[in-house]
Design a protein around this ligand. Sequence first.
Ligand SMILES: Nc1ncnc2c1ncn2[C@@H]1O[C@H](COP(=O)(O)OP(=O)(O)OP(=O)(O)O)[C@@H](O)[C@H]1O
Length: 445
Amino acid sequence: MLNVIVIDDQPPLLSEIRSMLKREYSVTTCSSPLRGVRMIRKSEPDLVVVTLVMKEMDGFEVIRRLKSSGCQMPIVMISAYGDASTPAEATRLGASDYISRPILADELLARLRRVMERQMANAMPAPIHSLQDGICTADPEMLSLLELAHIAANTDSRILILGETGTGKELIAQTIHRYSGRSTQPFIEVNCAAIQPNLLESELFGHEKGSFTGAEGMRKGKFEQASGGTLFLDEIGEMSLEMQSKMLRVLQNGDYTRVGGDQRQVSTARIVAATNQDLRALVNDGLFRADLYFRLNVVTLTLPPLRRRPCDILLLANLFLTRFNQPGNPPKRISEAALRVLAGYPWPGNVRELEHLIERLSILVSKQVIDVEALPDYVRDTATRTPLGELGEIIPYQQARAEFERQYFTQAVYQAQGNLSQAARIAGMDRSQFYRMHKRSTESE
Ligand SMILES: Nc1ncnc2c1ncn2[C@@H]1O[C@H](COP(=O)(O)OP(=O)(O)OP(=O)(O)O)[C@@H](O)[C@H]1O
């Protein structure tokens, strides 16, 4: 139970408020505001309720003193007095809500519940859907990663983004650039797997005129193009050992020369690298230089695969459906049954695979509602997991419970359209408990 301290100098009113709150709170009352302030500073309750008019010191002064000594808990003012400016003054001083008397117990409890939820929501990262950066997620692990990405964006540290194909590594790299102080400078991407190894050096460092057959003029490399901005090296795990040692030199000293040239160039680009390979394993197998790995791996963001964030499957499916809706047509909908099937499919190609499937479905399905039969066979066939296994077959209890929790939290977050506070309310939990259990449910695969 949450602790609340109530301050008012009239014992009858104190006992009236106590009897209203005791259903949901452990209530302590205090009839002296001076003593009340001392008590609150010492015991730091979860919530404070204070009235306005008191002889020793008024409620405004109580709020002022508590806020000036750094108290963070929400403070709610209740009063039968005051004029139109009183709520505004209470809020200005830092009260979380102002309630006029008379008030019924249910209404008072509902108002305090809202205050506590707001307090918890502020203490947690908010779910992010379709922000300007285009990242849609309500997954706790992704939300923590995004927070870290935003913090790291404002430094010049190198960032290594790991994750299976299609998990959103490039999207995160672009977001990091956009949130960094380099956002007005270029974001340059190089896919190390897509360029022939013998051409990668000139692609990255540029070349001088006549340095090889076909080099008809000087060409700036990607390092130079990304000056002051961000150089995104995608699929870094595909780089040859020879190229890796050239990269290492730039990362160590910050300088390089164009192919065929001898003039020293200085790189001012910030490096963000990504790979879907296990770089550490490549290092152990001698296929990736350990010194380069440690130079790149200053901040690491490991994106979870889509199958480990089932609520995102549902949110993203709807996002893409809206995105691919043909202009002028009424928006299509995915049936609940079809969404359940999508949530159970393992998505080896992650978000990209989901995006392509929804694009295809929105073109091919003429009906307003996309139902299970419209889904491809391979999706329907692999998505048959239920908490009790197929045809009621008994599976180990721990496994069934983990599976049930995963589906339960997915469904709650989906129903609340990614709003974790609302999902917690549906589940009858407080937000922090919901957040913890939801996170745990996605960790067990
Ligand atoms: N959280 C997300 N919200 C919205 N769109 C997303 C999200 N994650 C990925 N996408 C979309 O999915 C597609 C694949 O993402 P992206 O190219 O960033 O993945 P990747 O991990 O870099 O893939 P690869 O390893 O194959 O290069 C893109 O169209 C991207 O916009």
